[in-house]
Design a protein around this ligand. Structure first.
Ligand SMILES: [Zn+2]
Length: 219
């Protein structure tokens, strides 16, 4: 056993709460071999994995025998920790698309807007909200930071005014990769699946789930 502070030699120095304590001979500090993970830490990873495998909050609550409110709270906490920072080489090829869903009510339309690098399938910028110029501009601006070779989009008229003409490509079936990825998203995230009662009730939870999904996919 080596000291966790100075890597010096240590001796056993008593047991407290059934945990062996050590004392360093050089720096005289006390420590223990490893700290037990809290209940939340043990569950958080499983909650993240289940979220990305088609389970909703109620499914996770039943499977892990946790209250629904606890699952919700821990999901938000996990999302705050999942900081996804992808890297792309200049000259990459991107596709941009919008995914239609609902928020709060089945009559209330909501959109997930994002870009994807074609060869690696990694997600560039994912945000949800109305399908308007402001939000799409944010996605395109993030992609332009990576100096793309070209950006493929569908025929939505607003793209013509926000993507530089030299980099913009629109033709039939040019967004096949991202369209296929939309189906994967609908398969893997419960609240995006179509023709079911599983839709998102709050935009905040949708953002959290997408953040966890991007992180799990990107790593
Ligand atoms: Zn030490």
């Amino acid at each position: 056993m080596r000291c966790i502070y100075c890597k010096g030699t240590c001796v056993k120095k008593g047991i407290r709460n059934s945990v062996q304590k050590y004392r360093c001979k050089e720096c005289s500090k006390y420590f223990q071999a490893a700290h037990k993970k809290s209940r939340r830490q043990r569950y958080m990873l499983r909650i993240g994995m289940l979220t990305c495998r088609g389970c909703g909050i109620r499914d996770i609550s039943v499977l892990l025998q946790l209250p629904k409110t606890t699952v919700q709270r821990w999901l938000l906490r996990l999302a705050a920790k999942c900081t996804y920072k992808p890297h792309f080489e200049p000259g990459s090829v991107f596709e941009v698309d919008e995914l239609r869903t609902f928020c709060g009510h089945k009559r209330q339309e909501h959109w997930v807007l994002y870009g994807m690098e074609r060869s690696s399938g990694r997600i560039v910028c994912m945000l949800n909200g109305p399908r308007n110029r402001l939000n799409l501009q944010q996605v395109i601006d993030t992609i332009l930071l990576w100096q793309p070779q070209c950006i493929y989009t569908d025929g939505l008229p607003v793209y013509r005014s926000i993507v530089p003409v030299t980099k913009h490509r629109v033709f039939r079936r040019c967004t096949n990769h991202i369209e296929r990825h939309n189906l994967t998203l609908r398969q893997h995230i419960r609240r995006l699946s179509r023709h079911t009662l599983g839709y998102t009730r709050s935009a905040e939870m949708l953002t959290a789930v997408l953040q966890i999904y991007c992180f799990v996919k990107g790593t």
